[in-house]
Design a protein around this ligand. Structure first.
Ligand code: UDP
Length: 252
């Protein structure tokens, strides 16, 4: 059997060349990292849950007309996506103060924000993904002003969708991070939501108890990360098939 070509290996995923031109396969690993990979662990089953959860959110976004790179899930740990050129920015949307915003501005975690706030960080692990402004982005050519307008509008649509989906199952969407890719269609480029949307990249708090159901469980040693992610999947009615997906997998 021919070996697949690995395009890139990141902290939580591996990207392979896809079966057709213009496609890639995203493989979700069980590795968890935090604080710029200073804290690391392997968490059995996390990749399976994130593959399934990201499929659920991306499919929902595609269905309401928010373009994403997601095409279809292939198996427990892999999904087929359109290949795109990732803009080197982490786009963060916040509804409540938490994490780095709370630290930076001295606002207590959980304080509602007067309106959703969109922030950009420059994707560079060596620099610790520093916060940047639109001025930096335009000056260094990472994205044009038109791209940034489109990115903000995509990010706010993702926020509305995700907030509603979560609210319906008793979960508060505190904040999240997305990445945006460029897809070329002839002479035109289109921006799409890329990477993943999962509890690794969101803050999710139970509305009644405030219990954290996201990667802060790992960052802050608050218990079992897979229990937290499985609870999100259970509430959304999308528990993955049994097993942890470490056995042999077939692509197509
Ligand atoms: N986030 C992420 N990847 C990163 C940085 C942040 O997915 O490299 C997510 C994080 O899970 C949270 C949101 O973006 O949902 C805002 O994170 P914040 O800036 O507060 O950073 P942190 O406190 O996680 O360092």
């Amino acid at each position: 059997m021919a070996r697949r070509t690995k395009i890139y290996e990141g902290k939580a995923k591996i990207l392979y060349e896809g079966p057709e031109p213009g496609t890639i396969v995203q493989y979700f690993k069980d590795d968890a990292t935090a604080f710029n990979a200073e804290k690391k662990d392997v968490i059995d089953g996390k990749g399976v849950l994130n593959n399934r959860l990201s499929e659920f959110f991306m499919t929902g976004l595609n269905n309401i007309g928010v373009p994403t790179h997601f095409l279809r899930r292939l198996n427990m740990r892999e999904q087929l996506c359109r290949s795109c050129e990732i803009i080197p920015l982490e786009v963060i949307v916040r509804n409540y103060a938490a994490g780095s915003l709370s630290k930076r501005l001295g606002i207590e975690e959980g304080t509602p924000l007067p309106r959703p706030i969109v922030e950009y960080c420059y994707k560079d692990d060596k620099l610790g993904d520093p916060l940047v402004t639109e001025e930096h982005i335009a000056a260094f050519g990472w994205a044009s002003q038109q791209d940034m307008d489109d990115i903000v509008s995509l990010a706010l649509r993702v926020n509305d969708f995700m907030s509603g989906v979560m609210m319906a199952v008793g979960i508060r969407l505190v904040d999240f991070k997305i990445e945006i890719g460029r897809v070329y269609e002839g002479d035109f480029q289109r921006l799409v939501v890329a990477d993943e949307i999962s509890p690794d990249s969101c803050r999710l708090w139970d509305i009644k108890t405030g219990q954290k159901l996201d990667k802060d469980v790992f960052r802050r040693d608050l218990g079992s990360l897979t229990d937290a992610y499985a609870e999100v999947a259970r509430r959304l009615g999308i528990m993955p098939e049994s097993g942890n997906g470490t056995g042999p997998v077939a692509v197509n």
